[in-house]
Write a protein that binds this ligand. Sequence first.
Ligand SMILES: Nc1nc2c(ncn2[C@@H]2O[C@H](COP(=O)(O)OP(=O)(O)OP(=O)(O)O)[C@@H](O)[C@H]2O)c(=O)[nH]1
Ligand SMILES: [Mg+2]
Length: 299
Amino acid sequence: MGLADRLRSGLAKSREALNQIFYMGGDVDEQFWEDLEDTLVMGDIGPELAMSVTDDLRELAAKKGLRTADQLREALAKRLAEAFPTSERDPFDDTPSCVLFVGINGAGKTTTVGKLAAAAKGSGKSVLIGGADTFRAAAIEQLQVWGERADVRVVTRERGADPASVCYDVVETAEREGTELMLIDTAGRLHTSPELMRELAKIVNVTRKRASMPVTVVLVVDATTGQNGLAQAKEFNDALDLDGLIVTKLDGTSKGGIAVSIASQLDLPIWRIGVGEGIDDFQSFDALNFTRALVGETI
Ligand SMILES: Nc1nc2c(ncn2[C@@H]2O[C@H](COP(=O)(O)OP(=O)(O)OP(=O)(O)O)[C@@H](O)[C@H]2O)c(=O)[nH]1
Ligand SMILES: [Mg+2]
């Protein structure tokens, strides 16, 4: 299965729900708009956005005489795509660049660091991985394995070492060697733990202060977490002033709508999406491709 197909099958649940409305065979009546709004809310895009998208679509449908499922579906995909903020800078392409990956446990940070390191290395960039997850010995080993796969050096310290000093080391090494891209993995943590969030804020501050190249803080979000993903993202954003997002596990989610909700509410661009566990299983984010996969293809 290709990557696009994987994304499409990952979003199958969202699409099935919308298909039920679009293929009712009935009229585009009051009930249709109510069902559409409900389905969007159930798909995790959030009640406010669901309402404004439904209102806008309703107005557009009346103005342009949109009546068929295909017309409505395409208009919906376009309107949802507008909800995603765009970014002028891509921290993985525009180098030199230092990117810190943060997020809750198991979101896919380490895997994403590995994938992106391999891709950047493959495209000829000099890359360094920073292992600032010194919390578990297994985390350091996992990152080393990714470093070997990607053929990228990992700078880290022993288990229990101060993660902020790892970041210091990484930046120093990279600046000395003229490395173009630094990818720093951090330990997963619950957004509800003030102590762990303070530790993370320190890691970010040290890196921002120490580095002379742009430092980008990326929240890695597991798309299968549903509405709780928004609460998590808000806490991380409040504590760290995030720059952007990477949404993972879009190959397996039934609720890709959370990506729309987080990106639009926190005004953060999505730079990459994860669509599998393998080294090549990620894509650049294309809002319209994504929302078309979310609502269903036009035929
Ligand atoms: N299906 C799928 N699985 C993924 C994706 N990204 C990561 N995973 C899996 O999710 C699990 C957790 O990934 P990790 O990269 O270890 O997550 P993490 O955020 O580093 O976790 P902690 O370090 O424990 O906080 C692993 O089994 C990965 O293979 C993805 O895009 N799709
Ligand atoms: Mg990890």
